[in-house]
Design a protein around this ligand. Structure first.
Ligand SMILES: NC(=O)c1ccc[n+]([C@@H]2O[C@H](COP(=O)([O-])OP(=O)(O)OC[C@H]3O[C@@H](n4cnc5c(N)ncnc54)[C@H](OP(=O)(O)O)[C@@H]3O)[C@@H](O)[C@H]2O)c1
Length: 296
C-alpha cells in the first residue's frame, strides 16, 4: 500500500487530495493545526469509504520545536513515505512572527516545510517512486528578489512596506526556490520534486484578505476539487519523470525569472539551513540539537 503525508490536508485543496489518494488506495496521514476540522474530515472520509486508511496528526509548522517529534511519529507510522505533499499555507494581513522571530507566512510555508523535509527525506528516499509536491502560487511573481534581510524580526513598517501580498508572494517564491534546489540535490535518485499553482480557489484561504480583494477575486475562483487536480497528478501520476519544475493546469510553466535563479535558490538554502540549525540536510540523525531561537 502506498503512503502519503499531506500538510494542510484538513482543508481546501489538501482535503480534496487526501480524499482522492484514499480513493486510490493510499494510506494517508493529514497534518494540520485544527484538530476539530481534521477529526471531522477523517470521520467523513471513513464513513464514505469504510476501508479507508486515513488518520490525522496535529502540528503547527510555525513551531520549529514541534517538527522533529512530529516527523518522528510520521516516520514511525510510515517508514516508507511515497508522497510528501507540502501544502499548508496562509495569508496574514497583519505582521505576525513565530517564536523564532520569522515573519509568519515565510516561517510556516517555507521554513516549517524545509525542516519537515529534512526529517522525512530518508523515508521518501526509501520509496521506489518518491514524490515531493509543493503548493506554490502564481503569487510567487510578487516575491521580488526575496530580500533575506527582512525575514527575521521585521518591523511593522518594513512589513507594510513590502505589503502583505508581497510577503505572501515571498513565501511562495521561497517554495519554488526550495523545489528547484532540492530537485537539483536529489538528481540521480528516484525522488521527483515539483511545485505548482492550483489556480484561484474558493477556500478558507481568503479569510484574512481585505474585503475588496475577496469581492474582486470571488467571481473567478474555482472549486477546491478543481484546484487539487495538479497536486493529485504530481503526487500519483504513473511514470512521472519530470522533477524541479513549476506547474499549473498539469503542465510545466516557466514562472518568474526569480524562481529560476539558481543563485537565489542556493542563497535561500544556506539561509534556511542556518536558520534551522541543519548541518546535513536529509540526515536528521546527524543534525546537532541547537536552540533555534538563538539562530541568526
Ligand atoms: N486559495 C487560493 O486561491 C490559492 C491560490 C494559490 C495557492 N494557494 C495555496 O494553496 C495551499 C492550500 O490553501 P487552500 O486554498 O486549500 O486554503 P485553506 O483551506 O486555508 O488551507 C490551508 C491549510 O494550511 C494549514 N495551515 C496553515 N497554517 C498552518 C500551520 N502553522 N501549521 C500547520 N498547518 C497550517 C491549515 O490548517 P488549519 O486549518 O489546521 O489551520 C489548512 O489546512 C496554500 O499553500 C495556499 O497558499 C491557494
Amino acid at each position: 500500500m502506498k503512503t502519503a503525508l499531506i500538510t494542510g490536508g484538513n482543508s481546501g485543496i489538501g482535503k480534496e487530495t487526501a480524499r482522492a489518494l484514499v480513493q486510490q488506495g493510499y494510506r494517508v496521514v493529514i497534518a494540520a493545526r485544527n484538530v476539530a476540522k481534521s477529526d471531522a474530515l477523517v470521520r467523513s472520509i471513513r464513513s464514505e469509504l469504510p476501508q479507508a486508511r486515513i488518520e490525522w496528526l496535529a502540528v503547527d509548522l510555525s513551531d520549529f520545536d514541534a517538527i522533529a517529534p512530529f516527523a518522528a511519529e510520521v516516520a514511525h507510522r510510515l517508514p516508507v513515505l511515497d508522497v510528501l505533499v507540502l501544502n499548508a499555507g496562509l495569508y496574514t494581513r497583519q505582521l505576525t512572527t513565530n517564536r523564532a522571530g520569522y515573519e509568519m507566512m515565510f516561517a510556516t510555508t517555507h521554513l516549517g516545510h524545509f525542516l519537515l523535509t529534512h526529517h522525512l527525506l530518508p523515508n521518501v528516499l526509501a520509496s521506489p517512486d518518491g514524490r515531493i509536491v509543493v503548493t506554490s502560487s502564481v503569487a510567487h511573481w510578487m516575491g521580488g528578489n526575496l530580500d533575506l534581510h527582512t525575514l527575521r524580526n521585521p518591523s511593522t513598517s518594513q512589513f507594510l512596506q513590502v505589503e502583505p501580498f508581497r510577503a505572501y508572494g515571498r513565501s511562495k517564491l521561497a517554495n519554488m526556490l526550495f523545489v528547484r534546489e532540492l530537485a537539483r540535490r536529489l538528481k540521480g535518485t528516484q525522488v521527483k520534486v515539483n511545485g505548482f499553482h492550483p489556480g484561484g480557489i474558493r477556500s478558507d484561504f481568503w479569510r484574512d484578505t481585505p474585503a475588496w480583494v475577496t469581492a474582486s477575486v470571488g467571481p473567478f475562483l474555482v472549486s477546491e476539487a478543481t484546484g487539487a487536480r495538479t497536486q493529485i497528478y504530481l503526487a500519483t501520476q504513473d511514470g512521472l519523470t519530470i522533477s524541479g519544475q513549476y506547474w499549473a493546469g498539469r503542465k510545466v510553466r516557466k514562472g518568474s525569472p526569480a524562481n529560476r535563479n539558481p543563485e537565489l535558490a542556493q542563497n535561500l538554502w544556506r539561509y534556511s539551513q542556518e536558520a534551522l540549525g541543519i548541518h546535513n540536510f536529509g540526515s536528521p540523525d546527524m543534525a546537532q540539537s541547537i536552540d533555534l531561537r538563538k539562530a541568526s
